[in-house]
Design a protein around this ligand. Sequence first.
Ligand code: FES
Length: 302
Amino acid sequence: MKELRVLKGITRLENASALDQSVDGLREVVHRVIQPQSVRDVLHGVPVGHPVHPLAVLVPAGAWVSSAVLDVVPGTAQASRVLVAFGVISAIPAALAGYTDWSELHRQQARVGLVHAAGNVAAIALYTASYIQRRRGREFSGKVLGYLGLACISGSGYLGGHLAYRQASGANHAEQVPHRFPAGWQRLAELDTIPEHQLTTMEVAGQPLLVLRRGQSVDVLSNVCTHLAGPLASGELIDGETDNPCVACPWHGSVFELRTGEVVHGPATAPQHRFESRVVEGVVEVRLPNAVESEYPVAATV
Ligand code: FES
């Protein structure tokens, strides 16, 4: 089946470097305005374990679609007006979450995201105008503005889908690890060959691992950041002398606990895969507890 022609335009949009100045300028504003980090973490969706923006947009989108339906039903003008207003108000937290996520994307994703955001801003403006017209008793123009807003939000929603699924902007970029890592204990290295108190990259079964040795204790995480696949071992070791060392990703600064893989700060929302480790006759072995036994031919895929 052939792709829709509009996809070619979106692919060109991914490579539209003319948007970069606007992307950089807006990104700086978003970083400055949406603070502190605890607020950013909530808006990213760290507490719920995945981005909240797609969830939050359901509310205004649902209100506006419902309003569009009521606009063809006689005697429902007031209910439709309330839905239009509710959609505008509920679009604010959805937009804040979206801008926060957008500010931590790769450049190609950010270009598409910029146009997606512009479409959403246009939709909010049209629905605000629609509400004002309805309040003035100008139902017909209020409805026309509402349908124009719906067209805008539908177009920007299509771009949002492209951003989320085609460009994988909100996905867990390490989901594949348990499907690629063999089940059971695997040899990592001789303990004495692993440098102490520094982030080290090693590989087992073709999978890059982040290793931190502290004496006899060895913490091991997947080296692929769940946010956008950044190389964690090239990041910064935080609190390396404490019982709870963390690593900050070099790409967008997500912070993970090395002991557990849990997210301390976003933009990542999914934890890192954490490997168990043990020392057997001077050799460190690792095991991924949720490695999937024989679901796929592991050796052939790595
Ligand atoms: S790739 Fe974005 S924080 Fe790691």
